[in-house]
Write a protein that binds this ligand. Sequence first.
Ligand code: CS2
Length: 496
Amino acid sequence: MTSTVGVARLGIGAIASLPIESRPLVRPDEIRSGIVHLGLGAFHRAHQAVYTEEAISAGGGDWGIVGVAPRSTGVFDRLRAQDNLFSVTTLGAHTSRTRVIGALSEVRHAASDPAAIVALLADPRIRVVTLTVTEKAYQLDPVTGELLADEEVAADLTTDRPPRTVPGLLIRGLLARAAADAGPITLLSCDNLPSNGRRTHGLVAAGLAFAAAGDAASWVDRNVTFPNSMVDRIVPASTPETLATAAAALGVEDQAAVAAEPYIQWVIEDRFPGGRPAWERAGAIMTDDAGQWERLKLRTLNGVHSALAYLGALAGKETIAESLALPGMEATLRRLIAEDIAESFEPPDGVSITGYGDEVLARFANPVILHRTHQVAMDGTQKLPQRILHTILDRRAAGGDARWATLVVAAWMRFAQGAADDGTALPLNDPLADRIRTVLADTPSEPAAVVDALLHIDSVFPAALVADDEVRASITAWLTDLTRHGAVATVEAAGR
Ligand code: CS2
């Protein structure tokens, strides 16, 4: 991205010139670090960074965030050039507010200095590690939750080379922390995985066993917690327009700007032996058990989001809001919510799943949030289990037919075949893309054959689902409709 000639850049020196309502609540150079965060993407900047800034401002404490970019240098360079400051523009249908966030006390780039990250994790000042690294970075089998056999992770755990993977960084960091007996710490996953804390714990335990680190494992048992958490805010990837909106509001250029919807939620299990920021002062819900919140959000919001992404992409729609506006789409999704999702689990006390679903649909309809269908469609193999397949399994166990949820699986299968209904190529960004392409290349294009072949990707589809002939027939019927009539006509007919 190029600088606009003559316009000053956001930085500590620019704070005094910002409109008062846009100034940060705390300053990066005045807070001390207590958190390491892995994953400096737009979501972190518009979510945990916002909560943490408000928590420090309201409740104090040394909880500045050391933001670590695992691989890409882009956002790291841009933040460094801005003294770690960036803005969040909150986009309502009719209002827009831009505020600079000062919660990042430091920024680091793991790939160019992994040893520094390992040392940070062993630093007694750091008492919380938060993660937004996307589902695939955990290297867990989505069906079993077991650590995958991956050469890079194995090399990180069994050799002295500087770690390259997220599991490698975490486990080598915990080994160093155990060796230094540097005090208790919490690893808090903020990714959209089911039981994300329990999975992170499983990953660490498996990694320590693999690294044959017996003493460290018992230190970890005594000193490290892995609470589950549910995170929620729609934060599309930033575009040149996002940066232009921020610059207009701030009067200075901000190349790390993000834009997000007004809605924001964080539910966190309160197990922090080394302490934590007063996140509840910023509106987070601290609880004993985040499980029901997590199911509510993953199955309803993310499940419906994936439905909109695949069906919308097939119909040639660019954004989630445009996909939702297709004739019959809203009615179809309401059935998915009421007949399948709401029947598949117990919601948190006092929450109605259909009421929550109505709110989710209203959020997706926000016309100024330009969330691309292709962005949400990415990494389908990592997302489908918790978003849709668990709903199907629970409905089937209770005797239901999961008709609407099987439509989403069929839409993913058609999307995975690589072309929209008008023949335009669709990108298959997925860690299993090669496997999917190989499977499809060897398969006749009839829907029944495609369903059969893709269901055999056993790290995505649980055995109970593959063995269920009614589910298979339902996916095949939908895929037949999608293939013959296209997504627009299929959704229109379904919504009638
Ligand atoms: C989306 C999520 O990209 C996706 O897969 O479904 O990022 C979604 O926007 C967030 O989970 C909302 O909290």
